[in-house]
Design a protein around this ligand. Structure first.
Ligand code: FES
Length: 137
């Protein structure tokens, strides 16, 4: 699996997201509770863009009339029909064994730790002679 630098941490504010194209795949990266999560930007139901999904809490009920909220912001509610997914692994909340969004590993690394990538411009020697700039190719 190839590594792709997709953003600086400041480009995706807390509660926000960024859509990136990686090898022809539309991937959305979310920033929630200090962590980053990457998912295919397509709902497995009918293909809604998940960048528009609401980031909601996990809601459980141990008994009738009692509700508990947890993992605030880590559940995605699809904007078209309201299916809900766990942002950590893409699993659906209603049918976790069969319905799932493709998720991708995300890492945050300091700039100096990053391996030199393929985005290096070719350089050429330059000389200034009298009033002419000369580039050697
Ligand atoms: S397209 Fe997402 S729930 Fe229908």
């Amino acid at each position: 699996m190839a590594r792709h630098i997709v953003a600086t941490t400041s480009e995706i504010p807390p509660g926000g997201n960024k859509v990136v194209d990686i090898a022809g795949r539309d991937i959305v990266v979310f920033h929630v509770n200090g962590e980053f999560f990457a998912l295919l930007n397509r709902c497995p139901h009918e293909g809604a863009p998940l960048e528009k999904a609401a980031c909601v809490a996990r809601l459980t009920s141990p008994e009738p009339g009692v509700y508990e909220r947890s993992r605030v912001g880590e559940m995605l509610r699809c904007p078209w029909h309201g299916w809900e997914f766990d942002m950590r692994n893409g699993q659906s909340w209603f049918d976790p064994k069969r319905v799932k969004i493709r998720s991708y590993p995300v890492a945050v690394e300091r700039g100096e730790e990053l391996q030199k990538g393929p985005y290096v411009a070719e350089t050429f020697p330059v000389h200034v002679e009298d009033s002419y700039v000369i580039v050697e190719v």
